[in-house]
Design a protein around this ligand. Structure first.
Ligand code: 13P
Length: 319
C-alpha cells in the first residue's frame, strides 16, 4: 500500500480489516524485529502517544534520539524533528511515518535568504529555533528549542542575535535579555490562531483557571498568560501546580498527557483553532507500514549534517 498523506487515513485500520489491538500488536512485533524505538511529540494523536517509547517536547526528543539504544528511530512528529534525530544519530535509520508531515514555520526560512541576512549583520550570532530545515541549522551558530531559547541567547558573547524563524519566540526571548534580537518574520499558523479575545473569554468562563501558553503564541497572548513555556514546561507546571483548572494555549494533542498525568484536574483548550494538521498525519497504520517497508527514511546529507550537528551540539552543551 502506498503512503497516504490524507487525514482520512486515521480510519485505515478498518479498511485493512484490522482492529486497533491487532495493529498495536503488529507494531510491537515490528519494533522488536527492527530494534526500533518510537518517539512521539506531545502534539501527536492519543493512540500514537500511547504506543510510543517516549512522548516529549522537541528538546527531550532530541536528547533521547542522540542516546537511544536502537537501530531504528520512528519519529512520530514532523520532518524537522526526524531531521534532528538523523543529525544527532547518523548511524541509526530514522523513519518519518508520513513523508508529508512538514512544518510551515520551519519551511518559512530559506538558506539563501538567511545568507543574505547574515551579510547585513556580520556581527550577529545566528540562533535558530529547532523548527527549521537542516540546511538552516548548518548555517547557524547555535540551535535552541522553546524550552531553552532564553538560556541559549544568554550564553552567547554577541550583543546582536539574528533569531530565525519564529518571530513570536524571538519577541518572548527579548523580554528576558538586553541583547538586540533581530527576528525573522516566520510564525506558527496554529499558535497564531489563538487570540487575546479568546483568552479573555476563556478566563471569564473559568475564572479559577491558570492560563498556560506556548511562546509561539502571539505576544499579547503570551503577555496575558500566567505561564509561558515549551510543551514540556507546560506539563511540568500543570503537574506541580496546586491549581485545579487550566486553560491551555498550545496544540490540542497535549491535552491527552495533561489528563493522563493529572486525572483530578480540568483542562480547557484556549482556542478551537489549536490543531496542527501536520502533527495529525501520523497514524498507527502508517507507523506499522513504515516499519514494514523501512521507509520513508529521513537522512541528512553528510556535509550539511556535520555543520548542523555543531549547532545542535552547542545547544545541548548549554542546557
Ligand atoms: P516544544 O519544543 O514545546 O515541544 O514545541 C515544538 C513545536 O513544534 C511547537 O510548535
Amino acid at each position: 500500500m502506498a503512503l497516504k498523506s490524507d487525514k482520512t487515513d486515521v480510519l485505515s485500520f478498518a479498511w485493512e480489516g484490522k482492529g486497533m489491538h491487532e495493529l498495536v500488536r503488529e507494531i510491537q512485533e515490528l519494533k522488536r524485529e527492527r530494534q526500533a524505538v518510537i518517539l512521539a511529540h506531545n502534539y501527536q494523536q492519543d493512540a500514537v502517544q500511547d504506543i510510543a517509547d517516549l512522548v516529549g517536547d522537541s528538546l527531550e526528543l532530541s536528547r533521547y534520539a542522540a542516546e537511544a539504544d536502537a537501530e531504528v528511530i520512528v519519529l512520530a512528529g514532523v520532518r524537522f524533528m526526524a531531521e534532528t534525530a538523523s543529525i544527532l544519530a547518523p548511524d541509526k535509520t530514522v523513519l518519518l511515518p508520513d513523508a508529508f508531515a512538514g512544518c510551515p514555520l520551519a519551511e518559512s526560512v530559506d538558506v539563501q535568504e538567511l545568507r543574505r541576512e547574515k551579510e547585513k549583520y556580520p556581527d550577529a550570532a545566528v540562533v535558530c529555533y529547532v523548527n527549521s530545515p537542516a540546511e538552516v541549522k548548518a548555517e547557524s551558530d547555535i540551535c535552541c528549542t522553546s524550552s531553552n531559547a532564553v538560556k541559549v541567547v544568554q550564553s552567547l558573547p554577541h550583543h546582536r542575535i539574528l533569531f530565525v524563524p519564529d518571530r513570536n519566540l524571538a519577541s518572548y526571548v527579548s523580554r528576558f535579555t538586553d541583547k538586540e534580537i533581530i527576528p525573522w518574520p516566520g510564525l506558527c499558523i496554529t499558535h497564531y490562531r489563538a487570540t487575546l479575545e479568546e483568552l479573555e473569554e476563556a478566563r471569564a468562563a473559568h475564572p479559577q483557571a491558570k492560563v498556560l501558553v506556548h511562546p509561539e503564541c502571539r505576544p499579547e497572548v503570551c503577555e496575558a498568560a500566567d505561564f509561558v513555556g515549551s510543551t514540556g514546561a507546560i506539563l511540568k507546571y500543570a503537574r506541580e501546580s496546586d491549581a485545579q483548572e487550566f486553560i491551555i494555549g498550545t496544540e490540542m494533542g497535549i491535552i491527552h498527557r495533561l489528563q493522563q498525568e493529572n486525572p483530578g484536574k480540568k483542562f480547557y483548550l484556549l482556542s478551537p483553532g489549536l490543531i496542527c494538521p501536520n502533527m495529525k498525519l501520523t497514524t498507527l497504520s502508517k507507523i506499522a507500514q513504515c516499519l514494514k517497508e523501512m521507509q520513508p527514511v529521513i537522512k541528512v546529507p553528510e556535509d550539511i549534517r556535520q555543520r548542523a550537528y555543531r549547532a545542535l551540539k552547542r545547544m545541548l552543551e548549554v542546557v
